[in-house]
Design a protein around this ligand. Structure first.
Ligand SMILES: Nc1ncnc2c1ncn2[C@@H]1O[C@H](COP(=O)(O)OP(=O)(O)O)[C@@H](O)[C@H]1O
Ligand SMILES: [Mg+2]
Length: 262
């Protein structure tokens, strides 16, 4: 099967005054994501998860290596990838509906053509009746639902999520995790989901990729031995608890070399 996403030997350096060669954030990262697969990427804070996601989304060019989406080298953001960040980054002066329509405008496409889909997506993420509200009138969880709807507007084949639920309280987070599972099944989207929450990763994903501490390298990939659809009961199952424990122990097994951690 042709992979949806191919990451080939991606390395990334950030310029740093005291180090001529810069600071290595990602080192020789390679993996593929199959169509319809849900891949979670975990790793400790600062290991390069967000940098990797930005590279996948074409927002950052890697210092070395390349990313292919549907066989094409990613050089810029594309409608084929929808991105959701940790913060919803909504425009305060625009209604919820107009926030969801933003990607169409940015692409110079007539927003009116996308209105029915925007409303449908808001219905899908459970906030259809808030279309005419403004972001400040919504809770954090509802704002993140808007961000999710916005990312789905132009029917991206790939959804890239960078710790989208980490700012939310535990119950809201669980609700949104369930919503995401439902949405992803409906849209048959391919997903790359960044998180530092191992329990979240094993419940949502088909495979969990563990990055080493900085510089991020692929340490290990863990298949999740559960079919879909996932249920809330499974979140607390012994199978997932055992897998989460295994991943956590793998993380602890590779302390970063002295002097490298920031
Ligand atoms: N724009 C930047 N300029 C310089 N250093 C950066 C920049 N963005 C991230 N970094 C550094 O790169 C490393 C990886 O960052 P990041 O990708 O945000 O990690 P994570 O998302 O896993 O916490 C960190 O040490 C961070 O300080
Ligand atoms: Mg991050």
């Amino acid at each position: 099967m042709v992979p949806k996403l191919v990451v080939e030997q991606v390395s990334h350096w950030f310029p740093r005054g005291d180090a001529p060669q810069g600071m290595l954030a990602l080192a020789d990262v390679s993996f593929t994501v199959a169509p319809g697969e849900f891949l979670a990427i975990v790793g400790e804070s600062g290991c390069g998860k967000s940098t990797l996601l930005r590279i996948l989304g074409g927002l950052v060019q890697p210092s070395a290596g390349r990313v292919l989406l549907d066989g094409q080298v990613v050089t810029a953001p594309s409608p084929a990838a929808g991105i959701v960040f940790q913060r919803p980054v909504l425009l305060e002066w625009r209604t919820v509906l107009d926030n969801v329509l933003l990607p169409a405008e940015l692409a110079h496409e007539p927003p009116t053509r996308y209105r029915p889909r925007a409303q449908e997506l808001l219905d899908l993420v459970g906030i259809g009746t808030f279309a005419a509200h403004y972001p400040r009138q919504l809770s954090g969880g509802m704002q993140q639902r808007v961000a999710l709807a916005r990312a789905l507007l132009r029917q991206p084949g790939v959804l890239l999520l960078d710790e989208p639920f980490s700012a939310l309280d535990a119950i809201t987070r669980e609700q949104l995790q369930l919503e995401l599972l439902r949405l992803v099944a409906l849209q048959s989207a391919t997903v790359v989901f960044i998180t530092h929450d191992i329990a979240e990763a094993v419940w949502l994903a088909d495979r969990v990729l563990l990055l080493t501490p900085r510089p991020g390298r692929v340490q290990q990939v863990f298949p999740v031995p559960l079919a879909r659809p996932r249920t809330l009961e499974q979140r607390y199952s012994e199978t997932l608890a055992a897998l989460a424990r295994e991943i956590r122990l793998a993380m602890l097994g590779t302390p970063a070399p002295a002097g490298v951690r920031g």
